[in-house]
Write a protein that binds this ligand. Structure first.
Ligand code: THG
Length: 573
């Protein structure tokens, strides 16, 4: 299949299907997918012309097919027909492969709209199943404008078939989806979900996409797809017209390939001529090597947080342990307390929110799912899903609208076998706790060895070390622990194994008075050991001030700008 040549040469998609069908006589308001039944030849002819123009991948005429728009049996019939028509065209020309096209459902997902997440997953899975049995070579999820729906589509494709998945989004000129996600968010989400290639299509012309491609390359380590329109659509009387002719389009795509795109093609307004010129112009360009990068990124539905530049604050307060009021509210499925905690922590400077609803005698999977959906509707901070129950973890990871932090996995075999497959399927950055069947080693050396084992096992599951963050485990000093063991282990794990580190800070002071002061001191020491993320109470002034000061001291605060901003006007000297 042509995807095997990915990276060896530039691969070409076809151009627009919709505008070609209109040109062939599709009536305004008529559903293009019906033509798979009524005008089979016309559809095949469009594929044939794109293949003869040099396209490597043709896109099945299935963009709008789903069970919201069509009856169930029609979904299957129209999808199968469309794939077979495209297959025929490939056979007749002796070239090319078929991408099963899937576009947006046409409805907004909850909470903005009324389409449930699981329903959306199922809609995509149905099309993926039908497309794979009809002989599609890969899936193209395209023109997605909402990150949450994009996640539903990729999951649906993964659950409905075993084909490689390509995914593209439609962004504005600033590089944002309709519902606000930026390119770093989209890239992290899709990389986490394990797509083969990702990129941009529709909405913009080739010029606008040149700039966005450079942005995307900064944050993406997968092959990039670029499928622009033939310029920005413009209304001319009754008609929508596109200003970029085949020659201009081809020159632009050549620059786009030089800029690092591996797969290019056209969207609205492009014709077989556009593709033909583009193939001629880009053929000589060798695909640029993929960036060697080990970014550690989690996201919300809108924004990405990269770990590694400074110590990130993970807010610990969404946790009923020691908070009877929160416990009571959770048992009554009252999410208000929890949303207040989310708001308060965000205002105090949290970068990430830990979410733990562990209570005895509750259906934790249901409750955690409910909590995650409620919180993600009100915050733009990424979440850290904190549960000891794999079932609850899976439920929450599915419903989450981004790439979460996953709290946590240990080196216990059973634990790794339950958690790593979830990280592989849904995407996430998983916290590895340095403990195993024997418990927590007393020495730093012992914890480093366990961290190594966790990384090795993660790699066997196909999870790169950039998606593991190690926790060397903070114990209460009131119980006799020496906090230096934890710090030493954290420092060595980072230095020797090259992974990011995280620590729960507040555990250190359990059972002692004046906890904030101990927490602040311990956090300062941990920052000096290169800690990448700290689980703390962001509402604690002493802790947040210590963090700010410590970052300035280790050079993580350029020109001490944050320190000065935070300290000014507070009477500190
Ligand atoms: N590593 C990882 N995850 C963790 C921890 C860790 N999750 C849990 C914990 N440790 C971090 N979270 C908390 C949350 C609350 C408290 C301490 C750590 C705490 N709560 C007060 C109490 O129990 O007395 C109550 C707080 C209040 O009422 O405001 O101390 O190490 N990966």
């Amino acid at each position: 299949m042509v995807l095997e040549e990915l990276g060896k040469r530039i691969l070409f998609f076809d151009g627009a299907m919709g505008t070609q069908l209109l040109a062939a006589g599709l009536a305004q308001g008529e559903r293009p997918e019906m033509w798979n039944l009524t005008h089979e030849e016309a559809v095949r002819d469009i594929h044939l012309r794109y293949l003869r123009a040099g396209a490597d991948l043709v896109t099945s005429n299935t963009f709008g097919i789903n069970a919201l728009r069509f009856a169930q049996d029609q979904v299957e019939q129209l999808t199968a027909r469309a794939v077979r028509i495209a297959r025929d065209a490939c056979r007749l020309t002796g070239r090319g492969a078929v991408a099963l096209d899937m576009g947006p459902t046409g409805r907004m997902l909850e909470p903005y709209g009324d389409l449930g997440f699981e329903r959306a997953v199922e809609l995509y899975a149905q099309v993926a199943r039908a497309g794979e049995s009809a002989g599609a070579d890969c899936v193209l999820i395209e023109t997605m404008a909402d990150a949450y729906e994009l996640k539903a589509a990729v999951l649906g494709a993964k659950e409905g078939c075993g084909l490689p998945i390509l995914a593209t989004v439609t962004v504005d000129e600033a590089g944002r989806l309709l519902t606000g996600a930026d390119l770093p968010t989209v890239a992290a989400l899709l990389e986490g979900l394990g797509v083969r290639a990702l990129g941009l299509n529709c909405g913009l012309g080739p010029r606008q996409m040149e700039g966005l491609l450079a942005q995307l390359r900064q944050v993406c380590s997968l092959p990039i797809i670029v499928q622009p329109n033939a310029g920005l659509p413009r209304q001319e009387g009754e008609r929508v017209v596109y200003d970029v002719d085949a020659e201009g389009f081809a020159r632009s795509l050549e620059r786009i390939c030089e800029g690092g795109a591996w797969i290019v093609g056209g969207c609205c307004g492009t014709t077989p001529e556009h593709i033909q010129r583009a193939v001629a112009a880009c053929r000589a360009v060798a695909p640029r090597p993929l960036p060697e990068r080990r970014r550690t990124v989690i996201t919300s539905g809108r924004r990405a947080v990269a770990l590694g530049e400074r110590t990130c604050v993970v807010g610990e307060r969404i946790n009923p342990t020691g908070k009877p009021a929160l416990e009571q509210a959770l048992r009554a499925h009252d999410m208000d307390e929890l949303l207040d905690e989310a708001d308060a922590q965000a205002e105090s400077g949290a970068d990430v929110l830990d979410v733990n609803v562990g209570l005895s005698q509750v259906d934790e999977a249901a409750l955690l799912g409910e909590a995650v959906q409620a919180i993600q509707a009100v915050t733009s901070l990424p979440l850290q899903i904190d549960t000891a129950s794999p079932a609850a973890m899976e439920r929450a990871m599915r419903l989450y609208n981004g790439k979460p932090m996953v709290n946590s996995v240990t080196c216990r075999q059973e634990d790794m076998d339950a958690i790593f497959p979830l990280v592989k399927k849904y995407g996430g950055v998983v916290i590895g706790l340095t403990m195993d069947e024997e418990g927590i080693p007393k020495t730093a050396e012992g914890r480093v060895r366990i961290a190594e084992k966790i990384l090795r096992r993660a790699e066997e599951y196909g999870i790169g070390r950039e998606d593991v963050v190690m926790d060397a485990l903070t114990l209460a000093i009131s119980a006799g622990a020496d906090a230096r063991v934890t710090l030493e282990a954290a420092r060595r794990i980072k230095e020797e194994l090259g992974v990011r580190t995280i620590l729960g800070i507040s555990n250190v002071s359990f059972g002692l008075p004046g906890r904030e002061q101990l927490n602040a001191a311990f956090l300062s020491m941990a920052v000096a050991c290169g800690l990448d993320a700290a689980i703390v109470n962001p509402l604690s002034e002493p802790v947040m001030r210590a963090l700010c000061a410590a970052q300035a001291l280790v050079g993580a605060d350029p020109d001490c700008a944050s320190y000065i901003a935070k300290t000014a006007g507070k009477g500190a000297r």
